[in-house]
Ligand binder design. Sequence first.
Ligand SMILES: C[S@@+](CC[C@H](N)C(=O)[O-])C[C@H]1O[C@@H](n2cnc3c(N)ncnc32)[C@H](O)[C@@H]1O
Length: 588
Amino acid sequence: MATPKSNASMSNLEANNKNKSEDMESQSSFAPTPEAESENESSSDSQHKKGIDGSTSKESELKEIEKATTSTGATTPSAPAFDFVKAAEDLLADAKKLKATIDSKPTPPSSSPESAKPNDANQHAPLPPSPEEIVLRQRIAKLGKKIAFETAPPMEVLKSDWVTIADVSAWNIFLHWRAFDHIPLTGSISIADLARALDADESLVSRIACMLISTGKLTGSRLDGKEQGPPTHISHSRISRLLRTNTSPATAALAIVSFGNGMKGFAKWPEYFSTYDRHEPHPTGREILIHDSGTGIVVTTKRRGAQDSNKIFVPTPFSLGWGHPALAPWEVKARYPEYARHFEMAMAAKDKGAQGALGGDLGVGGYRGVNVEDPGRKFSLTWLAELSQKKQQQQQHILGYTNPSLKPLLVDVGGGLGHFLANLLANIPEVKPEQCILQDRPEVIAQVAKNIEGGDKRLKGVKTMAHDFFQAQPEEAKGAAVYVLRRVLLDYCDEQAVWILKRLRCALHGSEGRIVIMEGVLLDKPTPENRLVDMVMMNLGGKLRNEEGYRKLCMKAGLKVRGYWMDVEGASCVVECVEGDGTDGSEE
Ligand SMILES: C[S@@+](CC[C@H](N)C(=O)[O-])C[C@H]1O[C@@H](n2cnc3c(N)ncnc32)[C@H](O)[C@@H]1O
């Protein structure tokens, strides 16, 4: 191996890192590409060849590393240099403000020793942070990350991603084993006791725990009085306590689902894209047209020779990751009830944290998003109150009695456990539960029925209906004033999304009904959180879309967009559409 001739300006550590990375490359299982091989052959001694500036390729590589290491962030000619001194000063100012905020907080009332339980999550819990404190903490964390990213030697940045993989794998397996549940909220547990509780090797538990201790997710200590040696005991950090399924079930469920929706699929990307080529997830095979029997509208295409004529099959990294490449993600989820349970809990938790359309607040409060054409035009569904009363009066007049379930006012399509609907009914009491239909897959609807039987009054009276949104709406669900599709289209590729919309277009055919789409939105300026959602959706075979993307779907489905509202901060949108007049380019 050629030794770099000049490493005077390179620290021993960097030189070490570089040598290590070269070793790893030489041990890597990646086969060289034919191009690389021929390059190697044609210049077997190329490492010593001189470049135009007279340096060897190894020297050039070193120079590149040095340049990047000392760079202040001006990686492209057009990008302004990152002013890390100014950023650090801003961070210090925010840190001081945060400290003052924390110091000015009243101390939480301490529970009496008799009433305190060892596993009481609220015991010793600090008072919840104010919105200002949360904003400050978010700003500090973001700036801190930015400074670290811009100032760390490049190899450190890459290595930290690598650490993240091991860290996430460690917390995921501890979560899977419910290891966090066994660690008391106060005090510690010995690694030996934890291993016994988990029925696992102590040495194994120690290795995994030490990974988490190294990143601060757990706190390690030695309680045998000796100064040397690895930790013998572990206790919770402010992060790991949130991963207890017994005291923080919603947050733990979010973590379980993030891993299930994310890591399993992400790990399969190389296999997925080499099997299905380098395309976004899309239907495979040749396709023929399917017409809706009632209206004659072409609903979609189907794969020639496919077993189920009403399914359009899209292979997904998610299903591949779960070991069921021939199933749709929701079919996979149905096979894992425990995962499905966590999924529903995670959805509910997201609802609580989410704003506007995705938080369900479309009732009295209205949606905080802004109409792109007429900023003064708010979106709300409060008009349903008047319509509900009008319908009941008409029935009274014609029938002599009211039967709210005669024609649906609102159908929540793929409505999950009904969080949105429950919120709407609570906000607009004039709308009767009997006027609303909640549709979803059979196992989800069975769960809703169980919840109602179990005393959940929020949806009592709502008509629940197992219905596949790829199929035509049943008679009793046709002609509704509103079909709501919330957080549904992002799970699907364009072909499937258009199909779902066309089924709804058929259901409102000839009426004044509307479809209200509420979705996450793809932001023009990439942010990690927004792009994460898009990547996770790719695992599921879907995608986040921007305004143009949603308008295109509606147009292809033969729908006319009557309003588009967007909330940039919450990265959500509401699209309201009605049946088009057939002149706007639908796929028929
Ligand atoms: C991301 S969740 C959104 C649930 C709900 N709309 C909300 O915003 O909370 C997507 C929902 O679509 C349902 N779903 C998936 N495939 C479906 C299908 N073919 N027909 C009906 N519902 C389906 C899932 O069971 C799940 O409840």
